[in-house]
Write a protein that binds this ligand. Structure first.
Ligand code: PA5
Length: 387
């Protein structure tokens, strides 16, 4: 279980109301996802991952935002344990990056997992067109189609329509799960399985955290929800926000969690930053960043707090964690500690659910909808006009 070292004043009635509200939200499908795994779908995902490993040296994983960051975060942290190299594409519009990805694949046998809920996002659509062409040139149209795995909407979208007509293997991004809450659905599970990540344990870790938010638990334990670490963290964020702290710095001491920080920034930034509300999510990786941003953390403008993601680590790194906590608290910034049980699938499963639920809950406390992203849509619309 994830543990925290603070106990803010929690309005239990409001908390329970928010949890019930989230459970009834049409975009609340992620809440019970790890506790009610669709085994048929999971087995299909595992079978596809085996098939991909049999026929490819490389899998090109195409997607952006919520269709990309979650699985990359876990794979970068735990390492790719399989022989299939994963090359990421479609997460920007830089031609240099696209060419780099093409060079990385080179002449090797490859498959493509294209992930886009809407099926219309420009960045992945562009990369997909390029890699599809490469597949067709290398294998011919029929085999190319067998080397494409599309994760997209169940019924609509350009990618959906193409996948149906060309006969790609298809996985569904459920209607009731938004991009940034989708890592434990087929969006993340297929690339994770390809990378040899133990998804059963990952889901079990998430399920352990999710149990507290089930209807059954609320029926008997609503009165002690203030003891739950997720609830404590959500309220702590909200109360610090109310006090005028406008920036949260996620601090990790493991460089391989840099992408986990990116996932966190997307989760909180897109969920909370609307109606002129929210806390700006930033990140550092120590001890590296102690020699750059550490100065600001210690002694700069006091508008921020630090959330340490405290993974079990080696003795030396442990000492740095302790030193930072003491020094930064003395420097006058609130230091929140989120202690993770283990640096493995179980720990990351717990952590993913911890942050997803805390984010949705604190967005509700701030009075915004955690599940839309009107700002992102505004940029997409402007770009479409220019193109
Ligand atoms: O969280 C979100 O909804 C967004 O970050 C999306 O995941 C991102 O914009 C990609 O969208 P799509 O999966 O439709 O290509």
């Amino acid at each position: 279980m994830v543990e925290v070292n603070f106990s803010p004043e929690v309005d239990i009635k409001r908390t329970v109301e928010i949890i019930r509200n989230l459970r009834n939200d049409p975009m609340g499908g992620w809440i019970d996802l790890p506790r009610a795994v669709n085994m048929e779908e999971l087995n299909r995902i595992k079978a596809s991952a085996e098939e991909i490993a049999e026929k490819s040296e490389v899998m090109v994983c195409i997607g952006i935002g919520g269709s990309y960051l979650g699985h990359r975060a876990i794979i970068e942290a735990l390492g790719n344990k399989s022989d299939v190299e994963i090359v990421y594409a479609g997460n920007c519009l830089s031609e240099r990056e696209l060419n780099k990805a093409l060079r990385q694949v080179g002449d090797r046998d490859f498959t493509v997992n294209v992930i886009s809920k809407s099926g219309t996002t420009l960045e992945p659509a562009r990369a997909f067109a390029v890699f599809k062409q490469k597949l067709i040139e290398k294998y011919g149209a029929d085999e190319a189609a067998q080397r494409i795995y599309a994760t997209t909407d169940a019924k609509t979208g350009t990618l959906h329509d193409e996948a149906v007509s060309a006969g790609y293997t298809r996985f569904v991004v459920p209607d009731d799960i938004g991009g940034r809450y989708s890592v434990l659905s087929a969006v993340g599970l297929l690339p994770l399985c390809v990378a040899g990540v133990d998804v059963d344990t990952l889901l079990a870790g998430a399920a352990e955290m999710a149990a507290a938010f089930s209807d059954e638990n609320l029926a008997v334990n609503a009165g002690v929800m203030n003891e739950n670490p997720v609830v404590k963290y959500a309220w702590m964020r909200y109360l610090l926000g109310q006090k005028g702290y406008d920036t949260e710095v996620f601090a990790s001491f493991e460089p391989s969690t840099t992408y986990f920080n990116e996932w966190l920034k997307q989760l909180f930034g897109e969920s909370e930053g609307k109606n002129k509300q929210g806390v700006w999510p930033a990140s550092v990786v120590y001890s590296t960043d102690l020699h750059s941003l550490g100065q600001f953390m210690q002694d700069g403008r006091r508008n921020l707090w630090e959330t340490i993601i405290d993974f079990p680590t080696d003795e030396m790194n442990e000492k740095v964690v302790k030193a930072v906590k003491v020094a930064h608290a003395a420097g006058g910034i609130p230091v929140l500690n989120v202690k993770v049980s283990s640096f493995d699938e179980k720990g990351f499963g717990e952590l993913i659910y911890f942050f997803e639920m805390a984010c949705a809950m604190s967005a509700k406390l701030f009075g915004v909808n955690p599940f839309d992203q009107p700002g992102v849509e505004a940029y997409k619309a402007q770009l479409k006009k220019l193109l």
